[in-house]
Write a protein that binds this ligand. Sequence first.
Ligand code: FAQ
Length: 336
Amino acid sequence: MYTQALNEKAPSRDANAPPEDAKMLARFQAVVDAEDKIEPNDWMPPSYRRTLQRQISQHAHSEVIGMQPEGNWLTRAPSLKRKATLLAKIQDEAGHGLYLYSAAETLGMSREEYYEQLLSGRAKYSSIFNYPTLTWADMGVIGWLVDGAAIMNQIPLCRCSYGPYARAMIRICKEESFHQRQGYEIMVTLSRGSPAQKAMAQEALNRFWWPVLMMFGPSDKESMHSADSTKWKIKRFSNDELRQKFIDATIPQGQHLGLTFPDPNLKFNDATGHWDYGEIDWSEFRRVLAGDGPCNRQRMKARQAAEANGAWVREAARAHAEKRRQRSAAAKIAAE
Ligand code: FAQ
C-alpha cells in the first residue's frame, strides 16, 4: 500500500550511490533527536533505509519461521484447551509476520523480494528457531523465555524512530505479553505436577537457556550495527543491556518455579544489583547463523515447501483479480 505511495526512488544497493546530502542528513537527524517519527515519504539516508529493511524483514521472517517449532506440538497438545491456546498463539505469530512485512514494504521493497531473500537463504531469521521442540514442556519454555526475550527486545522498539515499525510493535508487544504468560502458566503447571513433569520442565529449561540468551545478538563489542542503530534511535538499549535486563527479570521467575538454571556461574552481584552469568558459547551462535544449527535445514525446507504448495493459490487469486478487472472494465464500456 505504502510502496506505491512512495515518491522517492528505491534505495540504491550500488556501492557507487551518491553521497548523502549533508543538509538533508542534518534535518533527518534533528527529527530523530527530537523524538519525532520518520515516515515512509520522508527523506532518509539510504543506510537507515537499508538497516530497517534488514531488521524489520528479518524480524518478520523470524515470526513466520517461528511458527514451526510450536506447530510441531499442535497435534499432541495435552488437552483441547491447550491445543486451542497454542493454535491461537501460532496464528498471532503469523499475524505479526504480516504486520512486519507491511511495515517493511513501506521502505520501498516488495514482500515478494523479502520472501525471496528468506527462501534463498540470503536473509537471516532468529537463531532460536533452529532448535528442536522435543517435549511438551518446550511449549512452556518457548512462551516463558522466547516470548519473554522477544518482549524485552521489542518494548523499546515501540519507540523506534521509524513510524510504521514503532506502531506495528505496539500491538505485537501486547500479544507477546499474553504469549509469555501462557508459557509461564504451562511451566507452573508442570513444575507443580508429578516428578516426571517437573523433570520435563527442568530439562526443557536446560536445553533452551543458552540459545535464548543468544537471541539478543552478539556481545556489544561484536555488534556491527549497534552504533548506527543507536544513533538513529532504532535501538534504545544495547544487546548486552537487554540480555542483562532479561536475566535479572527471569531468574526470580525460575526460582519461583523451583527450577535451576544451567549456568554454574550465575550469581547475584550485590555490588552491581545484577545477576552475573557465565560465558555464552559464541561459536555455537555463529554456527547456527551460518546455517548449521540442529534444525536450520528442516526449517528452510518446510518454508520452501509451504511456498511451493501455495503457488496455485496465489495463481488462482491473481487470475480471479484479473477476471474481475476485465469484467468491471467491460461493464464500464457498456455503460458509456
Ligand atoms: N539470530 O550488529 P548486530 C520472536 C545477526 S521474534 C539471528 O547486533 P542488530 C517472536 C544480525 O541480524 C525474534 N541473527 O545486529 C516469537 C546481524 O546480521 P546481518 C526476532 C542474529 O540488528 C516468539 C548480525 O547478527 N526478533 O521471537 C541474531 O543491530 C516465539 C550482527 O548483529 C527480532 O528480530 C540472532 N539471535 O541487532 C515468534 C527483533 N542476533 O543482518 C515465535 C528485532 C544478531 O548483518 C515464537 N531485531 N543477529 O546479516 C533486533 O532487535 C536486532 O536485529 C537484533 C540484532 C537485536 C536481533
